[in-house]
Every structure is written in structure tokens, then in C-alpha cells.
Design a protein around this ligand. Sequence first.
Ligand code: SAH
Length: 263
Amino acid sequence: MNTDLPGTVWFVGAGPGDPELITVKGQKLLAQAGAVLFAGSLVDRAATAYAPEGCDIRDSKDMTLEEMTEWLVTRAARHGTVVRLQTGDPSLYGALIEMARPLDAAGVPWRVVPGVSSAMAAMAAAGESMTLPEVTQSVILTRVAGRTPMPEGEDLAALAAHHTTMCIFLSITLLHKVEAALREAGWPEDAPMLVVHKASWPGEELILRGTLADIKQRCREAGVVSQAMIVASPTLGSRHWETLVRSKLYDPTFTHRFRKATA
Ligand code: SAH
């Protein structure tokens, strides 16, 4: 690039692991990138599969925030397109704002390309739905407190009191805390639970089903200690229910903008 203006840093969601789950836009940006900074082993396949030959590719796993910023700013001075490749969607637990603010300060433009979050990939893997008519119409994306504390009012027991679908990130080693919170919120011992390890990873995905009472044991037996999505939801297993309330949209007795009721 022979321009004096800095290039743009694109925060691109790489998706949950399957390189084919990056968006078309994300793939196109990678293909034209002069430099790619990727976040650890989860997304290296997409980076190496789609970046052009000669692209400056770096894994950020051993870098501090300051080092990453410096790397991105210097690359943006040399290349029109710089990609920061992140797992899932960049807006979820991705340190996006921490990385973007120094770019603002340095006068480097940045944009975001959304990605398929692992929460969605876990549900897809298991053939489950986050929402069901008259069962739950809300989803909570959260985590339990680890080294990062939870802000006031967001402890898992308080959130679980809504009895809606909960996708719990970053918490597989703290499954005992998840269970305690669900019990405190009144979820029964036979409440269905789902854990998906490496959702969408070709050949490595593991789907574990259980209940509040036994999911921890199942994870232990399967040796799942990382890269896992925990889902607690009243919708789990609904494909096997005897009765199901149908969506109004496809109900023959329901008229809407695009279809008149036929029954
Ligand atoms: N931005 C990412 C989340 C990053 S935080 C997203 O939108 O998915 C990292 C956490 O995400 C992990 O602890 C795990 O809970 C979850 N995760 C990421 N990739 C996953 C995958 N392929 N399968 C299951 N969980 C995954």
C-alpha cells in the first residue's frame, strides 16, 4: 500500500471452529488481508485457509493487549486491510472495545464483521431451539464468575430465576457453580442440560446430554474440561415431546400479512 492513510482493522468473527462457518464477508476480507492477527488455536484453520500467500499472520495467544494494539497499528500503516480474527462473534467475550479504543486513539479506522457464536453452533449441533412458543421466548448469554467477577445483579442464580434458555460461556471448569445456581433458582434435578464441546469442529465435536443431577458426571467421564458451551433450557429435548404449542406463523388457523388462514 502506497498511501499515507492507515488501512482499516477489521474485527472478524471466525465462527465457532468449522472454517466454513465464517461469513462470506469475513472470508473475502481474509483473502485480501495484508496482515492477520488471530486469537489462538480455535481459529487458526480459517486464518491459514483463507489468507493469501505472503500474508503477515500472527497468533495472539502470548501477546498482551498493548502488544496486540501495537501490532495492529503498525500493520495498518503498511496494509489496506488488517484482520483481527476472533472466535465466534467478536462482541461476545472478545475484548473488542479494549482493542478498538487504542485504534481510535491512534486514528486507525476499524469495523466489525459479526460471526456465528458458539452458542448458536451448540444448539445447531444438538438440533435444539433456543426459543419455543409458550415455553420460552428469551435467551440469556452469560457466564459464571471466575477470575472476572460478575457485575451486581447478574449472578447466575438471579438470571436462572427467569427459567429461560441460558447459554453459559467460559464456565465448564465451574460447572459446580452453574449447578448450584440453577438449584438455588428452583430448577428441578431432572431439568435437561446440554454441554457441547468444540461445537462445529469437524471430527472433534462432542455433544453431552444430561440433567442437572448428572451433567457434571457426564462431562467428567467424557473428559470435557475446556472449549464447551453449557446450555440450560426448558426447550431441550422438545423434538421428543408428545405435545408442542405450534408457532402462530405457520398455523393454518392464523392469518398474517403474507398468508390467509385456511382452516
Ligand atoms: N466470541 C465467542 C466466545 C469467546 S469466549 C463466541 O461468540 O462464541 C470463549 C468461550 O466460548 C469458551 O469458554 C466456550 O464456552 C465458548 N466456545 C467457543 N468456541 C466454542 C465451540 N466451538 N464449542 C463450544 N464452546 C465454544
